[in-house]
Ligand binder design. Structure first.
Ligand code: GTP
Ligand code: SPV
Ligand code: MN
Length: 598
């Protein structure tokens, strides 16, 4: 163990070596393996994981380089109730985070981690978030006993030597310790120590619980760093929309988990919108800074996508289907007799003999889904046919519009624009959304999910709103802000808006607002499109249905404002008064506007 640490020492910072030794003394692995991110290493790890059954090779003709992983059935989504922000004081974590005192938590987890890697290998996974040579870039190191985690991190981040080179002799890196222990939910905790730039995650091997680069570092810890250093770490996709004149407008959009970020980030415009194209910069996380020019600039810290499988098909997301043809790890999807993948909503007839996500025989008559609703693909971004050529740009891309959007059956119109930055922050701060399978717990319950960051903001949410409001002072050219809702339903339960590829029509309206080519109607809740300005060429949608999708119903808004007010009350004294003023202005406007007019 010692010799390997020493052999590699030439490349590594003393702080890193010291920390790895200390964690190894705690967890007592049989061996330590420093990951360099090379192809040879990946082959070796894949062979080991295949031999142990952690990975099942898929049909090499249909899915070259692809594997299936079945997680423990008790470990299929992020566990928000077991996720803690252990800042020095409870007030710093705020009313929306679980909190435990740091000393007590370290002590408890030290007990769990003690000897937890006996009989296992500790993988040292250095990774870089953000393009190399970028002032945005940050280094993290995850110590893990899960090969599945290592192989996912290799796709999701710039992993290995490149990160160590960037770190050099510095001790400035995120310290992530992860052990699956025995996957007993009673010994499962995901704990963040922002004051130490440290994450300790125990007892889960799944997604955001275990890939510490993702929600733990790139959002919870990074949001805390962003507040200190004057930037934003957000749960946002970033895309570029090219209009027929060749202009590219960059848009960042925050939707809660499993509410459409990956789909929108790589949307393929409908044929009727000739000359319009979309390029993906990121599908889940954006780091954004004010540039010297007073604009907001964004990078995607990640290098791959951990996307929801069910519902993905050649109609809804052709780019994703092309992307997962090769070099992809699938988690908890179903498998066909010829070792191909299958999931609900794939729009391909299931073959006769199919096994579900647990490996049990499944038939199309079953009342259970074949793939777990939170089953995922992990695919490298280079596989994405719509990848933006600017994705490695160390400066990032300039953001012209910020979009917020929840999953709302009622109330929220298809699209509207904020009057100004403060109004936009209010829209983000009061966003509601129905819960999804991306986190454990009940699905379909409306909860407030400010900026889609409820489970990911690493500090007091009221301070976070202040930070957002304060960004305005440094922005000479603030992005415009919008709210969208793809999920509004008619009385019969059908979606009022067809969504997916057709969302391009809403993006087009947003781009035309940014370039001041179209006007908008002033309403109490914001600026709504004049229906004639939404390009519906080639789309067969009854005008009454569009009217419903855009309707402002005072009865629904009264109920909505009650919920917003309740949320604001729960925040307490850190809530910026500007946001309360915004809420009162909407309430007054709704009351003056009278009864349902649409
Ligand atoms: P996370 O990776 O959990 O952060 O999710 P995400 O925000 O990237 O969501 P994703 O794009 O994977 O979509 C999640 C679910 O929403 C999928 O089941 C999609 O089929 C569905 N969905 C996405 N876009 C639309 C849309 O425009 N309309 C409707 N009705 N459903 C959509
Ligand atoms: C989400 O839940 O928002 C995800 C998946 O993107 S996970 O990586 O599990 O957080
Ligand atoms: Mn996400």
């Amino acid at each position: 163990m010692r010799t390997e640490v020493q052999r590699e020492a030439s490349l590594k910072s003393r702080d890193l070596l010291h920390w790895v030794s200390k964690m190894a003394r705690l967890t007592q692995p049989d061996a330590i393996k420093w990951c360099d991110g090379s192809q040879a290493e990946t082959h070796w790890l894949t062979d080991v994981a295949t031999a142990t059954g952690e990975l099942i090779p898929l049909n090499p003709d249909k899915r070259p380089g692809c594997y299936l992983h079945r997680s423990n059935a008790n470990d299929v989504a992020r566990t928000e109730n077991l996720t803690f922000v252990c800042s020095d004081s409870k007030a710093d974590a705020g009313p929306t985070n679980n909190w435990m005192p740091p000393d007590e938590t370290y002590q408890k987890l030290r007990g769990w981690f003690s000897g937890s890697m006996r009989g296992r290998i500790m993988y040292v996974v250095p990774y870089l978030l953000g393009p190399s040579n970028s002032s945005f870039a940050k280094v993290g190191v995850e110590l893990t006993d899960s090969i599945y985690v290592v192989l996912n991190m290799r796709i999701m981040t710039r992993m290995g030597r490149v990160a160590l080179e960037c770190l050099g002799g510095s001790g400035d890196f995120n310290r992530g310790l992860h052990s699956t222990l025995d996957l007993d939910p009673k010994r499962r905790l995901i704990c963040h120590f922002p004051q130490d730039n440290t994450i300790w995650s125990a007892g889960s091997g799944y997604g955001g619980n275990a890939l510490l680069s993702k929600k733990c570092f790139a959002l919870r810890i990074a949001s805390h760093l962003g507040r200190q250093e004057g930037w934003l770490a957000e749960h946002m996709l970033v895309l570029g929309v090219e209009s027929p004149d060749g202009q590219i407008t960059y848009i960042a959009a925050a939707f809660p988990s499993a509410c459409g970020k990956t789909n929108l980030a790589m949307v393929r415009p409908p044929a009727a919108l000739a000359g319009w194209r979309v390029f993906t910069v990121g599908d889940d996380i954006a780091w954004m800074r004010v540039g010297a020019d007073g604009r907001l600039w964004a990078v995607n810290p990640e290098a791959g996508y951990f996307g929801v499988a069910p519902g993905t098909n050649v109609r809804s997301n052709p780019n994703a289907m092309a992307m997962v043809r090769s070099d992809t790890i699938f988690t908890n999807v179903a498998m066909t007799a010829d070792q191909d993948v299958w999931w609900d909503g794939m729009e391909v007839e299931p073959s006769k003999r199919i096994v579900d996500w647990r490996g049990q025989p499944w038939s199309s008559g079953s009342d259970q889904p074949a793939a777990h609703p939170n089953s995922r693909f992990t695919a490298p971004m280079r596989n994405n046919p719509a990848l933006s050529p600017r994705v490695e740009d160390p400066q990032g891309v300039p953001i012209s519009a910020i979009v917020f959007g929840g999953r709302r059956t009622t109330t929220i119109p298809l699209v509207f624009e904020a009057y100004d930055w403060i109004h936009g922050v209010y829209l983000g701060a009061t966003m509601g959304s129905e819960t999804t399978a991306a986190a454990s717990g009940e699905v379909g319950v409306v909860r407030r999910d400010p900026m889609a960051m409820l489970p990911f903001c690493g500090y007091n949410i009221g301070d976070y709103f202040h930070h957002w409001l304060g960004m305005r002072r440094r922005l000479k050219h603030p992005p415009r802000m919008f709210m969208v809702n793809w999920f509004r339903k008619a009385r019969d339960g059908s979606f009022l808006w067809p969504g997916y590829t057709e969302n391009m029509r809403v993006l087009k309206w947003i781009v035309e607002r940014v370039s001041e080519r179209v006007g908008a109607e002033e309403t109490p809740i914001g600026l709504l499109p004049n229906p004639r300005d939404l390009d519906l060429t080639g789309l067969d949608i009854p005008s009454q249905q569009l009217t419903q999708a855009l309707a402002i119903k005072p009865g629904e808004w009264r109920a909505e404002l009650e919920l917003q007010e309740k949320f604001f009350k729960s925040i307490g004294e850190t809530l910026p008064t500007e946001l309360e003023t915004q809420l009162e202005a909407v309430r007054t406007g709704i009351e003056l506007d009278g009864e349902d007019k649409h």
